[in-house]
Design a binder for this molecule. Structure first.
Ligand code: PEP
Ligand code: MN
Length: 268
């Protein structure tokens, strides 16, 4: 089955900062304070390796009672981070209201999270809010290993007129005991590629591994499989991060790990 997606090339909206390294989107799992976000953004910008700043401000937590994101005020912090560093910004949206607020605040890239992709009603609500808007959207795979949910979400967003579209591979939940927080199940990402050869796929080693020590291994594997970029969580001080502390890396550690990755050379 070949999907009928209308997609613009990734390079029409985001590129690696230079030819010798992969495309990299980085930033904290969550925006926590204005200082944390802005300071992290400055350090990431100084690496010269980051093409966009990610930060969650509405956080889909599995159980109540945990930090659920700083909310709309974080949009102001993202605006400041962008004004001071020049980095385009990216946030997760899970409702029509999130989409409206993020667009109004000038967020450059939106993404649909893994829990939202699993719910067609949610995806359709997001898609309807995007109709008539020209903004890049990245769609994470659903939490469960169901490629048709992933495809359906991509189709809904594309049918709403979003052509700057990418998929994010963030791994799948599984009952198997594993070193990973979410099993990569690479074959599902390859399967998506066969259905939609023009669709860019960005790898998210942070949420696959749940463990900063395993990020280089998964990142290299993703590049070896021709994925077009990486989204990696980075925090100025991961040990005190309010969410996903074990998988975040400092901007310095991020720069080092990127330097150790090998890009596949185009075949001649
Ligand atoms: C995130 O990117 O911080 C996030 C919540 O990821 P996922 O939707 O992949 O769990
Ligand atoms: Mn996270």
């Amino acid at each position: 089955m070949k999907l009928d997606l209308k997609i613009q090339p990734l390079s029409s909206w985001i590129k690696a900062t230079n030819d010798n390294q992969p495309l990299l989107i980085a930033g904290p799992c969550s925006a926590e304070t204005e200082e944390q976000l802005v300071a992290t953004a400055h350090l990431l910008a100084q690496t010269g390796k980051v093409s966009a700043l990610r930060a969650g401000i509405w956080k889909p937590r599995t159980r109540p009672g945990e930090f659920e994101g700083i909310g709309s005020i974080g949009l102001e912090w993202l605006k400041r981070a962008k004004a001071e560093t020049g980095l385009p910004t990216a946030v997760e949206v899970a409702t029509a209201k999130h989409v409206e607020e993020a667009l109004k605040a000038g967020v450059d890239i939106l993404w649909v999270g893994a829990r939202s992709t699993a719910n067609p009603f949610t995806v359709q609500e997001i898609a309807d809010a995007l109709r008539g808007v020209d903004v890049p959207v990245m769609v994470k795979n659903p939490v469960n290993p169901d490629i048709t949910l992933w495809i359906g979400a991509l189709e809904r967003i594309n049918n709403a007129g979003i052509t700057k579209l990418a998929a994010i591979h963030r791994g799948f939940s599984s009952y198997e005991k594993s070193a990973f927080r979410n099993e990569p199940m690479w074959d599902l990402a390859i399967n998506l590629k066969t259905h939609a050869p023009d669709l860019p796929i960005i790898n998210d080693p942070s949420h696959i591994t749940g463990n900063r020590d395993l990020i280089p291994y998964i990142s290299q594997k993703a590049l070896d499989m021709d994925m077009q970029g990486l989204m990696i969580e980075s925090h100025i001080d991961p040990s005190v991060a309010w969410t996903d502390a074990k998988q975040q890396v400092t901007p310095k550690a991020l720069a080092e790990l990127i330097d150790h990755l090998t890009l596949r050379k185009p075949e001649v």
